[in-house]
Design a protein around this ligand. Structure first.
Ligand SMILES: [Zn+2]
Length: 66
């Protein structure tokens, strides 16, 4: 799994002409993507893991006493 996820379509207009934005060219900083069709810049943000993925593997089948 790469650090930066690559979008296939613009979430706003659906165009496929996306280019990686330069660092610092978007307010807030960080890596972003630019859509050449609608001239929007957006960012794919990792929010966190789902609750189902938070179960540690080493406690599987055992009762973790707090
Ligand atoms: Zn677009």
């Amino acid at each position: 799994m790469s650090e930066r996820a690559a979008p296939f379509y613009c979430p706003y207009c659906g165009d496929e002409d996306l280019r990686p934005s330069e660092e610092g060219s978007v307010p807030g900083g960080g890596a972003a993507w630019e859509c050449a069709a609608c001239n929007r810049a957006f960012r794919l943000k990792f929010l966190g893991l789902l609750a189902a993925g938070l179960r540690p593997a080493h406690t599987d089948g055992e009762d973790p006493s707090p």
